[in-house]
Structure formats: C-alpha cells, structure tokens
Ligand binder design. Structure first.
Ligand SMILES: Nc1ncnc2c1ncn2[C@@H]1O[C@H](COP(=O)(O)OP(=O)(O)OP(=O)(O)O)[C@@H](O)[C@H]1O
Ligand SMILES: [Mg+2]
Length: 467
C-alpha cells in the first residue's frame, strides 16, 4: 500500500481521516510541522495532506506555508494537498503557486478526498516515469555529443555521426539558425580519432572580407601595409584536428578558389608567401543559406561544394521534431534551475501548449533562451506562457479573425506583432530587438523580410530621439 502522511493539529480530524482513508493507504499521522517532517524523512511518502493553520500559529497560514516549503525542499516532487478553512481561499491559491498540488476545503468529505488522492498518486507515478525517461535520454545524449533528440530524424543523425566521424571525409551541415550545426560539428570532432587535436571554428560571416584571407591562410611580413610580422593562419591551427568553417556560404568567391585548392591538395600558402604549408585536418562546413540556390545563382562554387560535402547532413527545424521540443524544454529547465539555483519544477499545461504550437523560427537556441530567461525571472513552481515571452493577446487575435483563420495565419499574425513591437521598443535597433526576441540577428532579418518590415531609417531614428 502507498504511504500517506497527514499533518493536522485537530486530533478528531486526524482520526476521522485515518479511519476513512486507512483501507486504501498506510496512513501516517502528525500533529505539527516538526513531527510531520520527521515522519516524512523516515517514510518518504509521495503524497502529504497538510493543514494550513498549525500550532503555534493556528490562526494564520504561517506554519502551513513553512511546512509546504520544507516538504518541497526535501522532495521537490512530493504532492502536497492543503487542508483549508472557508476563509482561506486566497492562501490556498498562494500555496498552489508555491508548489502545492491541490487544496481541499474543511471539513473533508472522504469520498471526494479519495478521488483527489488517487489522482495525486497517479500523477506522481506518471511524473516519476517521465523523469526516468528524460534521464535516460539525457544520459544517452552524452553518447551523441550532448545533443538531446529522440525523433526519427535526430536518431538517424546520431547514427550518421557515429558512422562518419572516424573517417576523414569532409562534412557539410545545413540547417536553419539555431538548429545545432555547431554542436553537430563538435560531436563529429569528439567522436573522431582527432578528438585529442584542436577543434577550430571559423565564422566566415563574422570577419570582414578584406581580413578574411589573411585570417584563414596567414600572411608573410611585409605582404601588405600593416603586415609587420609573419602571422599564422587559422587553418594552420587546425593541424591534426578539425576545422569548422561556419557560414561557409559567406565566403567571398576568390577565397572559395583558394579553399578548394587547400581541400584538394592539403596545403596552403600564406598571403605574400610561396611556400606550400601542409595541413592535416578534417573539414566540416556549415551554412543556413540555401546552398543549391547559391550555386545556381553563381555565388557558391559547385566544385567547392562537392569537395566539401562528401557527406551532407541536414538538421531539421525544431518545429518538425515533435516531442523533442518538450524534451529539450525540460532539459533546459533542469540546466538553468541548477545554474541559477532556482526551483521551477515544470511547465504549466498552457505553456506546454505554447511550446508545442509555436513556430520556433530561432529553433533550439530560441527555446534555450526563452527557458533561460523564464527561469531567471520566475519565482513560481510552474512556468506560464507569459514567462516564456508568449505575449499574444489571444482575445485580440480572435476579434478580427472571423472567419476562422488557419493556425499558420494566426502564428504569422502573432509573429508580425511581436517583431514590430520589439523593433519599436528598441527604436529600430535590430541587434537589440533580436536579443529581446531570443533569435539571432540573421533570423530576425529573415523574418522582417518575410513580413516586409524595415527598421527605422536613420533619419527617423534621429527624429525619434529628439527631445
Ligand atoms: N539537440 C540539442 N540538444 C541540446 N542542445 C542543443 C541541441 N541543439 C542545439 N542545442 C543548443 O542550442 C544552441 C544553438 O546551437 P548551435 O550553435 O549548434 O546552432 P547553429 O545551428 O550553429 O546556430 P546558428 O545558425 O545560429 O549558428 C547551443 O547552445 C546548443 O548547445
Ligand atoms: Mg552556428
């Protein structure tokens, strides 16, 4: 039989409950918080019935709240059902916010109580199973380079990584912003024979074109004005390791030729140098642009693409990963709870709905940012949609949505509203608006393009800032 702890100072009520519930549960009785905590530690029941008004403060809820806090401290997943008098509804609601499972008015009706209890035990069991599953998946994620995923696409991705990592074949990763391209590149490095060597990421989009060549290949002293000394290129740092060329689609055409030569012959020449420098490295490239289109439009060399994509890996967008969304959300919940020493335990059912139906233009990174921010700001036991930055005014949305619009149209509408509001708030500063929305700058630009939005022009900005 499951154990059930009852903490109440009224001995008649205790006996009545023991008598009524004793057939279904092993009932443990305590008359105050300290005694209750003692019994709880010894027996670890999954469900506790706790009176709000307990000695020495029978007329207030102080002891009840203290008991609740201590129980949750000992076991964050215990289901505590508060027993409350008629006038205590507000306190009962507050207790729920602090993590109580439910409340029950006095005097308790045994048959109703049995229903509430059965459900509490049932949910507790389900949650246990869920956590065990989540743990298993997270343990498994260590094998996949720290990546969480359980949908068919991700499982097949993990097995591809395992298969191709030990060889030196070049790998080309495509996927929207924030889908985990860099994480995949690292996982490949970690699963390869080069894992003891360096992993050298270079973001081709972040370095100005005129500096990129010398950054990648290095330069000789005096090769151009300002080249005061010989400098090693980043490519050379990747010797015996893995070179990760991020945003390869941004590589200027002339450097694409140079890179191709390096991939074919395994040697580089510094800018202004003639000596061939051999480099032993495995290359992984990534991009979020449509590379087929870039090739067709003549912006990306086809021969370079074939050379760098012996194996190509496409990362699915988060919105197509099914239950992985919740799995990742719970994973980040745990990570940030620990990091910020918070006790947020779950997502409310409304926020689960939001997580599942939202479009996630910024993919895993956006999810990570939203959960991080929510946990940092929240003091409640459960996260609500508003904590996750879901500011949509559903009612307002509904008003002018007759006849009924599709889910996608509704999403687009909310997306547009949120983006324009953020851009307004940040006075046209796209970088800050992107930060606020939890998406990368390129993602925001893409979204703005989709909705034909433009940031304020600089003159408008100036006017905006006038006193
Ligand atoms: N499957 C996953 N499991 C756990 N964390 C993930 C997963 N995928 C991505 N992340 C996390 O999400 C964030 C974004 O991932 P990453 O930087 O690899 O994406 P990206 O595709 O390179 O993004 P961008 O296109 O913006 O450069 C990182 O903090 C990463 O750790
Ligand atoms: Mg990246």
């Amino acid at each position: 039989m499951e154990k059930l702890l009852i903490i109440d100072d009224n001995s008649d009520l205790r006996q009545q409950l023991k008598w009524g519930l004793g057939e279904d549960y092993t009932v443990l009785l305590a008359a105050d918080v300290n005694e209750g905590i003692g019994l709880f530690k010894k027996n670890q029941p999954r469900v506790v019935i706790l009176d709000l008004g307990l000695p020495p403060h029978v007329d207030t809820s102080v002891e009840g709240f203290r008991g609740l806090a201590e129980l949750l401290e000992l076991d964050p997943y215990v289901k505590v059902i508060m027993l409350t008098g008629n006038s205590e509804r507000e306190n009962a609601l507050r207790a729920m916010q602090l993590g109580a499972y439910d409340f029950f008015p006095k005097p308790p009706v045994i048959n109703e109580m049995l229903v509430v209890l059965r459900r509490a035990f049932y949910i507790s069991t389900l949650e246990d199973q869920n956590r065990a599953l989540q743990r298993k998946i997270e343990e498994k994620s260590n094998e996949s380079g720290g990546m969480i995923g359980h949908c068919p696409e991700m499982l097949s991705l993990f097995s591809t990584i395992k298969k191709v990592a030990p060889s030196d074949v070049s790998i080309f990763i495509t996927g929207e912003n924030g889908t985990g391209k860099e994480l995949v590149a690292k996982a490949i490095h970690e699963a390869s024979l080069r894992k003891k060597g360096p992993f050298v990421p270079i973001n081709c989009g972040a370095i100005p074109d005129n500096l990129l060549e010398s950054e990648l290949f290095g330069h000789e002293k005096g090769s151009f004005t300002g080249a005061h000394a010989q400098v090693q290129g980043k490519l050379q740092y990747a010797d015996k390791g893995t070179l990760f060329l991020d945003e390869i689609g941004e590589l200027p055409f002339n450097l694409q030729v140079k890179l191709l030569r390096f991939l074919q012959e395994g040697v580089i020449q510094r800018v202004g140098g003639r000596q061939d420098i051999p480099i032993d490295t495995r290359t992984v490239c990534a991009t979020n642009v449509d590379i087929a289109k870039a090739i067709k439009e003549g912006q990306f060399r086809e021969d370079l693409y074939y050379r760098s994509s012996v194996i190509s890996i496409n990362l699915p967008p988060l919105r197509e990963r099914g239950d992985d969304i919740l799995m990742l959300a719970n994973y980040f919940l745990r990570v940030f709870n620990k990091e910020y020493q918070k006790k947020v335990r779950r997502f409310s059912s409304a926020s689960i709905d939001f997580l599942k139906s939202y479009d996630w233009p910024g993919n895993v990174r956006e999810l990570q940012n939203r959960v991080q921010r929510a946990i940092l700001m929240s003091d409640a036991a459960a996260l609500e949609p508003s904590d996750l930055g879901c500011k949509m005014e559903l009612s307002a949305l509904m008003e002018d949505t007759v006849p009924i619009i599709s889910l996608r149209e509704a999403r687009d509408k909310v997306e547009l509203e949120m983006i324009s509001a953020a851009i307004d708030r940040q006075h046209g500063n796209v970088v800050r608006a992107a930060e606020e929305l939890g998406v990368s700058r390129p993602t925001l630009y893409d979204l703005m393009k989709k909705h034909s939005l433009t940031p304020l022009s600089s003159t408008e900005k100036a006017v905006d800032q006038m006193p």
